[in-house]
Design a protein around this ligand. Structure first.
Ligand SMILES: NC(=O)c1ccc[n+]([C@@H]2O[C@H](COP(=O)([O-])OP(=O)(O)OC[C@H]3O[C@@H](n4cnc5c(N)ncnc54)[C@H](OP(=O)(O)O)[C@@H]3O)[C@@H](O)[C@H]2O)c1
Length: 293
């Protein structure tokens, strides 16, 4: 039995579809089962509740041998910051997993081995340590920037021909399409011959800086789109203005500083991994239709 968290989320949903397509027995944990499509109700067991809740995760793991684990993105207004949030959310699962022989595939960050604080990314690395501390078999999907983050910038791309972030314009920003994350997760969940603990980097075969991404976006849309780099301090202040807690604004800024400082290069990976979605392909398949909709 494979337990899948966040079946309504962008990654979890795609993992679930792959597991269902394989015919393996699946159980999902959903806060609101009414949000799940009919074919999921027909083909998977559903446990209602949050996977951050001890009773819910314990019930969901009964008789299960594999778990897809994803901590929902933290809210902007969390006063305690992201590390506390990731650890508090994961602790009930860690307690429930201990001694059960469950193989866990978790969504984490690229950058294992980075020395220094990295805000939100440090929180994901701390989560890995918590899960590893249970002694369970674990694969941490080591993921860089999701290409889908750019879907939040469809409007400025369409209306102003720009997209903006605090990432350094000329520094490579490894990225991954979430369909490749789901494919890697499903392969690990379904081919569970692995043991022990390791991180599994998954990144696109190209290795572009934001300025290069702007060039690819321009090519695929057939019009000029420019990258606008915002100072990290300005993006932190803008988050505060939008209601983020000081701790969360700092954690987001700390993440970007670490990205600009090369955190993703701290963990070795194969940049030519066969089969990964290139940024150009993702733009053609996903960004272009969204901009032109
Ligand atoms: N964005 C990036 O560049 C990036 C890079 C590397 C790693 N990551 C990691 O990827 C993860 C985000 O994945 P995603 O994009 O698939 O997220 P997402 O699309 O925002 O989905 C969030 C999911 O969490 C569920 N959820 C929200 N709050 C919950 C709660 N309190 N209890 C239980 N479930 C809850 C939502 O379900 P309902 O609302 O339907 O209940 C939904 O299924 C994060 O852990 C992040 O650190 C992101």
């Amino acid at each position: 039995m494979i337990v899948i968290t966040t079946p309504t989320g962008q990654v979890g949903q795609q993992v679930l579809e792959r597991v269902l397509d394989s015919g393996a027995a699946a159980r999902v944990i959903a806060r609101d089962p009414a949000r799940l499509p009919a074919h999921v109700h027909a083909r998977a067991e559903v446990v209602q509740g949050s996977h951050g809740d001890a009773d819910v995760i314990t019930k969901a793991l009964a008789g299960a041998d594999r778990l897809f684990w994803l901590v929902p993105p933290p809210g902007f207004n969390s006063a305690d910051g992201s590390e506390r949030y990731y650890l508090d959310f994961t602790r009930p699962a860690a307690d429930a997993i201990r001694g059960r022989g469950v193989q866990v595939v978790g969504v984490s960050t690229l950058g294992h081995g980075y020395q220094g604080s990295a805000g939100l990314l440090s929180a994901a690395l701390a989560m890995d340590k918590l899960i590893e501390g249970t002694g369970t078999a674990y694969r941490a999907l080591a993921l860089p920037f999701f290409m889908e983050n750019l879907l939040r910038q469809v409007q400025p791309i369409r209306e102003q021909g720009t997209f903006s972030m605090a990432n350094a314009a000329g520094r490579t920003l490894p990225a991954v399409a979430t369909r490749d994350v789901a494919a890697a997760a499903a392969a690990l969940l379904l081919g569970a011959t692995w043991r022990g603990q390791a991180s599994v980097p998954v990144a696109s075969p190209d290795n572009l800086a934001p300025d290069d991404m702007a060039g690819v976006i321009s090519d695929t849309l057939g019009r000029t789109v420019r990258y606008r780099q915002i100072p990290v301090a300005d993006s932190e202040a803008a988050m505060r203005q939008r209601g983020a807690s000081p701790a969360m604004a700092r954690d987001f800024a700390g993440m970007v500083e670490a990205q600009n400082n090369g955190i993703y290069d701290a963990e070795p990976r194969d940049p030519h991994r066969a089969g990964g979605t290139s940024f150009r392909q993702w733009c053609l398949d996903t960004l272009k239709p969204a901009v032109e909709a």
